[in-house]
Design a protein around this ligand. Structure first.
Ligand SMILES: [Fe+2]
Ligand SMILES: [Fe+2]
Length: 188
């Protein structure tokens, strides 16, 4: 089976738009914690659940596969790539840490509020910086590879799973998260 790189890249860019929405929700709720207000812990839980089951588990491996293709076909466009896999691993570690903080609070355990805020901000800033690097640099290199004629790659080892929140079917657990996103969009 073959994959179309331009199509995969369009999906990755769409994922980034969705991830940016999630990051904004996280930032808003963590600011509430910082200000001593009560955040929506259920929402925080749902957002972090999503981040671990889609961006970490599907989006980043898809990118890794596409970057490997770039490295194989256009090594001239692949300088500075060593960081990328480490970055993905680091982001996954940060998201697990934050997800566990929130799960612990939801289970009734005392977790220091400023520790949660620090973990949330570290995650938000790292992921934002990472996505910006990809959008302004790595994705453009893939565009260049496609323009130069390499658009089809072998899809063996390619993880393709539908997005459980923004995909064609919303997974049951994510009903409330989708509801919140719709309300936010309607409120402008
Ligand atoms: Fe990435
Ligand atoms: Fe990405």
């Amino acid at each position: 089976m073959n994959k179309n790189a331009a199509k995969v890249l369009a999906e990755l860019r769409e994922d980034h738009r969705n991830m940016a929405l999630m990051i904004n929700l996280l930032e808003r709720e963590s600011n509430r914690i910082y200000e001593g207000l009560e955040p929506d812990y259920e929402l925080l839980h749902d957002v972090m659940h999503y981040m671990t089951v889609y961006p970490d588990a599907v989006h980043h491996p898809k990118e890794d596969r596409l970057y490997a293709e770039l490295k194989a076909f256009r090594p001239d466009l692949s300088t500075g790539f060593e960081r990328i896999t480490m970055d993905h691993r680091h982001i996954a570690d940060l998201s697990i840490k934050l997800r566990d903080d929130i799960a612990s609070i939801n289970a009734g355990n005392p977790v220091r509020r400023n520790a949660v805020v620090a973990d949330a901000l570290r995650y938000v800033n790292t992921l934002r910086g990472h996505m910006q690097w990809e959008e302004l640099d790595l994705f453009r290199r893939v565009d260049e590879m496609i323009r130069s004629g390499h658009n089809v790659f072998d899809s063996a080892n390619f993880i393709h799973e539908a997005d459980p929140v923004f995909g064609p079917e919303v997974e049951e657990n994510f009903g409330r998260l989708v509801e919140t996103i719709r309300e936010e969009a309607a409120a402008g």
